[in-house]
Design a protein around this ligand. Structure first.
Ligand code: DI6
Ligand code: FE
Length: 405
């Protein structure tokens, strides 16, 4: 599009949460093409700038498009039976040890074609989009062979082509030990390092590499090997760590400059300091905490005090967080972990973007990408306060209106 035909849009009298804080007075916001070009307080607003702008309305709350920085949206099968088993007393770890859990999803995902996985994932992603998401991270991790992991990543990339959303992909080959490698977990890590990571890197299918560092998954030493392989291919790293116990995976990941450490209910002070030094983001996943009826709280106050940025994400997956509603996560982050509504919102905008290595993403400022949500609420805190679908008035992805009520 040429400069002169770029659509200009104007919002007036709107309360803006800019990704880090709520601006103190009502604003006028103008976007042009895919960018935000003007953000001024209403009392300084010059009506002459209205010329040529689409009037997008007045009032409500504007936030950056939500950034869901941790999901496992691509998978086959269902784990409703496991949900019932857990209600009867079985733990997530017990189910995993007897070959259920992640491995049951692996079986169903291997059996599904690329096309089937796409059709299964599409409504899940549409649910996130309908709740304000404009950037989503999607992990592999239910294939656990080179071909099946690549298949998942291709589906994730395809989702970003068929729906108006930015998809960031993560290779999570080291998610669980596949049955073929029973009793040979080092052999499986060899496969991840020598074949999976190089293949994903070669095809440009992965934007980052993740691991599950846990007793039921992989050791700190094994995860470190995966990170070294990722580094050799120029891929950033992140970790599922300290979710069920404290193994020190977070500190090791931070030493490797991890973008983020995720879950971290069992994180200790040494881990927090390592994250602070590395500039890693703490990704808080209240959906998994809630679903697993976890009682160990992530160390929110200590993270806050150390100045470690906190992101909030859905962890949407068939087992530990079958929850596909980002604004519910804002509510749970506040009610379960006592984040302030502002912290929760920053966690799903600016800090979520940082956790994905998207510098300057998840912000409303002049020059930023016009990924925007306009909500029918009075204050930004109301987004976390009530769990109420249907409040998204407008959604813009790269300046294009993709949702309007
Ligand atoms: N931790 C999680 O919460 C997800 N993966 C992980 O390592 C859950 C994956 C699942 O249960 O299917
Ligand atoms: Fe996860």
């Amino acid at each position: 599009m040429s400069e002169t035909t770029k659509t200009r849009r104007l919002w007036r009298d709107i309360h803006v949460f800019d990704g880090l804080r709520t601006l103190p007075e009502p604003m006028a916001v103008i976007s042009e093409g895919a960018r935000i070009v003007s953000l001024v307080p209403m009392r300084e607003f010059d009506e002459a700038t209205v010329e040529g702008c689409h009037d997008m309305g007045r009032g409500g709350v504007m936030t950056p498009g939500l950034v869901d920085c941790h999901t496992h949206l691509v998978f086959g099968g269902s784990r409703a039976d496991e949900f019932e088993a857990r209600l009867e007393g079985a733990s997530y770890e017990e189910i995993a040890r007897r070959g259920g859990g992640i491995l049951s999803t692996v079986t169903a995902t291997r059996e599904a074609s690329k096309e089937q996985l796409l059709e299964l994932a599409r409504p899940r992603l549409e649910a996130l989009i309908a709740d304000g998401v404009t950037t989503v991270e999607i992990k592999s991790g239910y294939g656990l062979t080179v071909e099946d992991e690549l298949k998942m990543l291709r589906v994730a990339r395809r989702l970003g082509e068929v729906l108006p959303v930015r998809v960031v992909t993560t290779l999570l080959g080291a998610h669980a030990l596949p049955p073929e490698f029973k009793d040979d977990s080092d052999g499986y890590i060899d496969l991840v390092c020598r074949e999976m990571i190089p293949a994903a890197a070669k095809e440009g299918l992965a934007d980052a590499v993740d691991v599950f560092c846990e007793k039921i998954a992989f050791s700190v030493a094994q995860c470190e090997r995966v990170f070294e392989a990722a580094e050799a291919h120029g891929l950033p790293i992140k970790a599922h760590a300290e979710q069920l116990s404290n193994l020190g995976g977070t500190a090791m990941a931070a030493r490797h400059g991890a973008l983020s450490a995720d879950h971290i209910e069992y994180l200790d002070d040494a881990g927090i300091q390592a994250m602070r030094q590395a500039g890693s983001v703490a990704v808080i996943l209240p959906g998994a905490f809630h679903t697993l009826r976890e009682t160990q709280q992530p160390p929110i106050a200590a993270l806050r005090e150390a100045g470690v940025p906190m992101a909030v994400a859905t962890d949407a997956n068939p087992g530990s967080s079958p929850l596909f509603m980002p604004t519910l996560m804002l509510n749970l982050a506040c009610t379960l972990f006592r984040l302030t509504p502002q912290e929760a919102l920053a966690g799903m905008t600016a800090h979520g973007a940082t956790a994905l290595g998207l510098k300057g993403g998840g912000r409303i400022q002049e020059g930023a990408t016009a990924d925007l949500c306009i909500w029918d609420i009075d204050t930004p805190a109301a987004l976390a306060y009530a769990v109420q679908p249907g409040r998204l008035r407008q959604r813009l992805f790269q300046g294009e209106l993709t949702h309007a009520v």
